[in-house]
Unconditional design. Structure first.
Length: 360
């Protein structure tokens, strides 16, 4: 019994760093303050330091993959493993190294995200950004792009709004002079845009009561950049093609940039044109092709002026032009009267309305 009691006391004091000395028959304090089994636990801790080493390895891999979302995920895993290792007292230095390397990798990842912005590489990955941040990013991207439009504020324009604004600016660079004549509405166009444009006109003619008499549409293709062109829109006429008087009209215009892959550019500025009024009263025109381009056809317009105002227009089409050609514009007539009358003019202007050539 006594021996059992001593053994129990020994077990109790063993837990309090004391032991029973058989020689003296008493308990003595241990000189080695480590508890029984502590060395084994430390050895086990050193042996089971896998989390710390995995943290370091994961952090190193995260550095290599810092340019992708995977790198950020690896950094987070490395930090969690390092925290676990520190809690378990496993290789403190290795775990701390894993945390430091992971923090460096996270910083590198955030810096490397910037070059990929807008490429789709991180599409949706940073979707949790605040509205203010998203607005600032959109504004920064917008200012980095070349634009010929006016400043519309910090709000980015939609593609439809940008196209509408571009169309309005292109239309504003086109000047139209209107000359209502007896049998048509003559329009002389000046294109200040840097590219040729195609023009579509619609004229709605009304009587004095505001009733529509007719709707007429005409196209003028390849109005030259920095140049002039013209188009005549027929006035109202009945079923027998007799002119019908009108009170007023409404004119609308639409424009589009030509596509050089499908539309012929107007080379009128590359042609040398000389004209004069012949002895018979007709306008005679000589054309020399110095553009180096062989044309399959050329449409010319002759505008007749009286006291500075346009009083008529005639057109001629040349079927091909390689070097030089000549064409006659006959004296214009007013066919709205019962008997056609010759239109008198004191000056004229020759315009190249269109130049056609092979697109092959």
């Amino acid at each position: 019994m006594e021996q059992d009691r001593r053994n129990r006391d020994s077990d109790f004091f063993m837990q309090d760093d004391y032991y029973y000395d058989e020689a003296t028959g008493s308990f003595k304090k241990r000189t080695d303050t480590k508890r029984p089994g502590s060395s084994a636990r430390e050895a086990s801790g050193k042996k089971h330091g896998t989390a710390a080493f995995l943290s370091l390895l994961t952090a190193l891999i995260g550095v290599c993959a810092a340019a992708s979302p995977l790198g950020l995920l690896l950094d987070i895993c490395a930090i969690l493993l390092a925290v676990y290792a520190l809690v378990r007292r496993q290789h403190k230095a290795t775990a701390v190294a894993g945390i430091l390397i992971s923090a460096f990798s996270v910083a590198a990842s955030l810096l490397l995200f910037i070059p990929f912005r807008g490429t789709g590489f991180l599409s949706g990955y940073l979707s949790s950004a605040t509205v203010g941040t998203a607005t600032e990013n959109a504004a920064a991207e917008e200012t980095s792009l070349p634009s010929d439009s006016t400043d519309t504020g910090s709000d980015a324009l939609s593609p439809q709004e940008m196209e509408k604004q571009k169309t309005a600016e292109r239309n504003a660079a086109i000047t139209i002079r209107e000359y209502p004549l007896s049998d048509d509405l003559l329009l002389i166009c000046e294109n200040a845009n840097p590219t040729d444009v195609n023009l579509r006109f619609q004229a709605i003619y009304y009587d004095a009561d505001g009733q529509m008499l007719s709707i007429e549409e005409r196209w003028r293709t390849s109005c030259p950049a920095g140049g002039r062109s013209a188009v005549a829109i027929p006035a109202p006429a009945d079923q027998e093609n007799n002119p019908v008087p009108y009170d007023h009209y409404a004119l609308t215009m639409e424009s589009e940039e030509i596509d050089p892959d499908y539309d012929c550019i107007n080379y009128g500025s590359s042609l040398d044109i000389v004209s004069n009024v012949g002895v018979d009263g007709n306008v005679l025109v000589s054309i020399t092709n110095s553009s180096g381009q062989t044309f399959t056809g050329i449409e010319l317009g002759c505008i007749y002026y009286q006291d500075g105002s346009a009083v008529g227009m005639a057109t001629q089409y040349l079927d091909g032009l390689s070097d030089q050609a000549a064409v006659k514009f006959f004296t214009p007539y007013d066919y709205s009267a019962d008997t056609p009358e010759c239109i008198t003019f004191d000056s004229h202007e020759i315009l190249v309305l269109r130049t056609d050539y092979s697109m092959k």
